[in-house]
Design a protein around this ligand. Structure first.
Ligand code: C2O
Ligand code: CU
Ligand code: CU
Length: 468
């Protein structure tokens, strides 16, 4: 593909495509750096956020030259970004204008059961629901929202329902850095631009693999251009909103400073060459503009083998381009002083754990059982500290997610996690085991735990934890 002979042609095609998408994006607020709009706060009261969110069918252009019938939050794919501060009281007035039931799940937020938007609280077509919660102190981080109706999550997310949630702290050590939110997703399309859910054969592969699309998006744009000034340091909040694709991000010639995970910042930055983001996970990265003015680099996703051999896609080992990072012509910015420490993270103590639960993942099942809305799979005591051991017995990865509570990964295959972070989703690679520790500080309720490959979740890799 990228051999020398074809390079001039490929370059020309890329140049034309870039020019086209740039001129197309021109009508939007910023020329080349499109990001979802922010939800507008209708409340004038301090520490109060009151927003309106409507899910409805819409028709938008996702791939050049065609329009696609989608489901959208407030008409946009991805949906608008919900910007919050620790301590905010939040009310989301949600209205379902879809022809089917839905919910809005606030993935990763530690909020009451009534606001979790799980399959226990479906919102029927034409109905409204108010999601109401308080943003916990210490929860600053990057989260996201998506539908979670029983058996329909994958289809609704594929149709365009997902958006970012940013929680900010008053004492954010990185607040002075320019920031970008990058919502990664993928999709598949028919020739007429409609979303391709696949024939029966493809459906079987999707059930096994999770539905992957060949078209990669950042904030709903294909191969967008993001600008950086030489010498500048940018903070990227990356969300993997795809149903099954695992991204392995790298920018050739650059390293990243990995500064945060699902539940916010680490204690200190970690320098890495690449970073893996499984579905539903988030990472915060610092990207240092080490390139020269006027040059460009590419954010890529490297091959990652999460598959069983039978349904591994033919192109699984290909590196894919995700976005162009273009250096402005400005002379290099003065050096940026980055903090050596970010915030303290208090370790949850395994000695305080009163229960160890083992979750055995096999294809389609957790502990040998398929999801049943009428069955409580695990019962826990409010206030308890527990260790969960997630054992993946099969030959493909399963990203395990627990609703409502952030946890700390203790070890993977017996190897201690090198540093602490808050997470709500942990990818458990084929034939591996991960252990995490969690404390059920408050919020009694029935909380889902599941594989976040949406096809696996829908076909039964989900269970219910009751905390009371
Ligand atoms: Cu992203 Cu059950 O959640
Ligand atoms: Cu969740
Ligand atoms: Cu799975």
């Amino acid at each position: 593909m990228s051999n020398g002979f074809y390079a001039p042609v490929a370059t020309l095609v890329v140049a034309l495509a870039t020019a086209f998408s740039a001129s197309k994006a021109m009508s939007k607020s910023t020329p080349t750096e499109w990001s979802p709009p922010a939800l507008v706060n209708r409340s004038a009261a301090s520490n109060t956020v009151e927003v309106t969110l409507t899910a409805s069918p819409a028709r938008v252009s996702l791939v050049a030259g065609s329009e696609t019938d989608v489901y959208a939050y407030n008409g946009s794919v991805p949906g608008p970004t919900l910007e919050l501060r620790e301590g905010d009281h939040v009310v989301v007035h949600f209205r379902n204008e879809l022809p089917e039931e839905t919910t809005v799940h606030w993935h990763g937020l530690h909020i009451p059961f009534s606001a979790d938007g799980s399959p226990f609280h479906p919102v029927a077509p034409g109905e409204q629901y108010d999601y109401e919660f308080t943003v916990q102190p210490g929860s600053a981080g990057t989260y996201w929202y998506h539908p979670h109706p029983h058996h329909r999550t994958g289809r609704q997310v594929a149709r365009g329902l997902f958006g970012a949630v940013i929680v900010r702290a008053a004492d954010d050590p990185l607040a002075s850095l320019p920031e970008r939110v990058l919502i990664l997703s993928d999709n598949r399309f028919m020739a007429d631009g409609s979303i391709d859910f696949g024939d029966a054969m493809q459906g079987r592969i999707d059930r096994e693999n999770g539905r992957e699309g060949n078209v990669l998006f950042v904030n709903g744009q294909v191969m967008p251009t993001l600008t950086i000034r030489s010498g500048e340091v940018q903070r990227w909040r990356v969300i993997n909103a795809s149903a099954a694709r695992v991204f392995r991000l790298a920018i050739p010639g650059h390293t990243f400073l990995h500064v945060g995970n699902d539940g916010g910042l680490f204690e200190r930055p970690v320098e890495v060459d690449e970073i893996r983001v499984a579905n539903a996970e988030r990472v915060e990265l610092l990207v240092r503009g080490t390139g020269a003015p006027g040059t460009h680099s590419v954010l890529q996703t490297l091959a990652y083998d999460r598959y069983v051999p039978q349904t591994r896609p033919a192109d699984w080992n290909q590196t894919r381009d995700v976005l162009t990072l273009r250096y402005t012509d400005d002379s290099p910015a003065p050096p940026v002083n980055l903090p050596a420490t970010l915030r303290p993270i208090r370790a949850l103590d395994p000695a305080e754990a009163t229960v160890t639960r083992v979750m055995v993942l096999t294809q389609g099942f957790i502990n040998g059982r398929a999801m049943d809305m009428n069955r409580i799979d695990q019962s826990a005591t409010l206030g308890a500290t527990e260790i969960w051991e997630i054992e993946n017995l099969v030959g493909m990865d399963h990203p395990f997610h627990l609703h409502g509570f952030q946890f700390q990964v203790l070890d993977r295959n017996g190897v201690a996690e090198p540093f602490r972070s808050w997470k709500d989703t942990v990818n458990v690679p084929k034939h591996e085991t991960a252990r995490f520790i969690v404390r059920f500080t408050d919020y009694a309720g029935r909380w889902m735990f599941h594989c976040h490959i949406l096809d696996h979740e829908e076909h039964g890799m989900m269970g219910i934890l009751e905390v009371k």
